[in-house]
Design a protein around this ligand. Structure first.
Ligand SMILES: Nc1ncnc2c1ncn2[C@@H]1O[C@H](COP(=O)(O)OP(=O)(O)OP(=O)(O)O)[C@@H](O)[C@H]1O
Ligand SMILES: [Mg+2]
Length: 527
């Protein structure tokens, strides 16, 4: 039996209608974001899916004068309005809602109504069967939970769209971003053999190793942890063992200084030690040769690099500039722990990082931000390059704390040009990415707007909200009001990975979630 929730009134269109309902107890089962059904104005057996965008309640009798007069009477907490003869059902109280018509899916094609709906048309609650049929997943879909309002209906994401057209996960801090990314990674890993690479600044994703159920076991078998040797690595390994009872068995990453591309080394030196114009000119003049020589001879020590600078850089600027540049490069070489300094240190193989049926967690914890940016820059640009050459399978990259790696504005960041390139060109080569951030307004707008699917959890900051609205073609201002108040574990999903904007209850993790806020009381006990 179809459950009627309201009747259309006023000026209507084929896309948006207003409806009214009487707010008796029975009619209060209407809420914002709810899915509804309406029959076509002409073809009586055709139903469309709609979504309640707005909901308001109005009672003309209860104006400010009436309310102020009631003030004294209602001080008695046991007195109900009905006791003094105020009956909502006969005093003209109405619930007014607005519905967006999403169309109907017939044989894979979305059909929209051609004519405006007639005032007086009934609006029904969408029943479970209709919702299932309308939200039926494509073959390339993963489930990540259920509909928020209909927990019998699974919520699917089309991963072809999700990965090829990129996505973002945005929420205030503690909003559940990493948890949700974990859920998506698990589902992708269970249903596909897609290589996944996670750049993990807070050492949160190693816990994918720790399964909580059988699905989790399938996921955890695919996980490989990569770290860089630094002053905190031992501690991180120990803490992980204590918390999850498994050994991370992490592989150390080494790359060569000469692996950095010209813009990467320039940005990095500029941030860390500043570069004068003459030093930059020398660097630009010699660096291609350094890269060529690295390709020819395999391994370049800092002495080899200095020799090339002496040879190729003389004459580009004064001798002092050349000398200063060499000193800065040497400082950099010595301070960056993941630069290979000895032939015995094995260089990371990109084909080992991006591998069928593998989830690679690149743990960046313990590194300074410029060093993290440099490592992300080198690894992700090599991934894109090798994929373009056809030497790698498609892959999916996760950038946590994305605002640090593709910041808005002109801040020189070694990683920004690469991530922008992936945002713009990754699609053609099936290198997908997820940008995860609690500060969307600090993220580069080009990069964010290339993320076609947006997964938004609780987001309260008005600056972030209006920025998201500006860069996303899918998010409406009503939706933003909704995301302001989302409880943990609930998300709104917009964009081509979902058939309609979906309020979703994210399922529980199959592996452990690594992120946690330390409890102040427990921490104090340790001292
Ligand atoms: N779907 C969910 N089900 C159950 N618990 C959840 C869910 N989503 C998040 N949580 C809980 O909420 C807390 C915060 O989640 P999470 O670490 O994902 O936040 P975050 O947005 O990544 O935060 P940060 O900005 O600090 O990185 C975690 O303790 C997690 O257990
Ligand atoms: Mg997080």
């Amino acid at each position: 039996m179809e459950k009627m929730i309201g009747v259309i009134f006023g000026v209507t269109s084929p896309h948006i209608v207003q409806f009214a309902a009487a707010p008796t107890d029975k009619m209060m089962n209407v809420w914002r974001g709810q899915f509804v059904m309406l029959y076509d104005p002409i073809q009586k057996d055709k139903r469309y899916l709609g979504r309640v965008l707005k909901l308001e309640r109005r009672n003309l009798l209860m104006d400010e004068t009436m309310a102020s007069q009631l003030l004294n009477l209602l001080r008695d907490p046991d007195l109900a309005l009905e006791d003094i003869g105020f009956r909502r059902d006969i005093v003209g109280e109405v619930l007014i809602g607005e519905v967006e018509i999403m169309g109907v899916r017939k044989n894979g094609i979305i059909e929209h109504p051609k004519y405006p709906f007639a005032p007086g048309t009934r609006i029904y609650k969408a029943d479970v069967d209709f919702l299932r049929e309308q939200l039926k997943p494509s073959e390339e879909s993963i489930s990540i939970g259920t509909l928020r309002d209909e927990t019998d209906v699974q919520a699917y994401l089309d991963y072809q769209e999700l990965v090829s057209k990129h996505f973002s996960v945005l929420a205030m801090t503690g909003g559940g971003k990493s948890y949700t990314v974990g859920v998506i990674i698990e589902s992708l890993a269970k249903d596909t053999k897609l290589p996944i690479v996670i750049f993990d600044p807070h050492s949160e994703y190693s816990s994918l190793l720790r399964a909580k159920n059988d699905n989790g076991k399938v996921v955890s078998q695919k996980v490989k942890i990569f770290t860089t040797k630094n002053s905190s690595s031992e501690k991180i390994n120990e803490r992980f063992k204590d918390r999850f009872g498994v050994n991370r068995a992490a592989t150390d990453i080494y790359i060569q200084l000469a692996d950095l591309e010209s813009y990467q080394i320039t940005h990095l030196l500029k941030i860390l030690y500043d570069l004068s114009d003459p030093q930059r000119r020398v660097l630009e003049a010699v660096w291609e040769e350094v890269r060529e020589e690295r390709k020819r001879s395999g391994y370049l020590t800092i002495e080899d690099i200095k020799e090339i600078i002496d040879r190729e850089g003389a004459g580009v600027a004064k001798e002092i500039a050349v000398r200063m540049l060499k000193t800065k490069l040497e400082l950099l070489y010595k301070s960056v722990l993941f630069f290979k300094k000895d032939v015995s240190q094995p260089e990371i193989e990109i084909a080992d990082l991006v591998k069928i049926n593998r989830i690679s967690v690149v743990d960046l914890a313990g590194l300074s931000l410029p060093h993290q940016q440099a490592l992300i820059a080198v690894l992700s640009s090599q991934i894109l390059e090798k994929r373009m050459e056809g030497g790698l399978p498609p892959a999916f990259l996760v950038f946590e704390e994305a605002h640090r790696f593709v910041p808005i504005g002109s801040i020189a960041t070694a990683s920004k040009p690469t991530i922008l390139k992936i945002a713009q060109e990754g699609r053609k080569f099936l290198i997908g990415m997820a940008l995860v951030s609690q500060r969307p307004s600090a993220l580069d707008d080009d990069a964010l707007s290339q993320c076609n699917t947006q997964i938004i959890l609780r987001l309260t900051n008005p600056v972030d909200q209006s920025y998201v609205r500006k860069v996303s073609e899918w998010v409406t201002s009503e939706d933003l009001e909704e995301v302001r108040a989302l409880p943990p574990g609930e998300a709104y999903i917009f964009g081509p990975s979902v058939r309609v904007s979906l309020p979703v209850k994210i399922r529980e993790r199959w592996t452990e979630h690594g992120g946690m806020t330390p409890k102040i009381k427990e921490e104090l006990e340790k001292f």
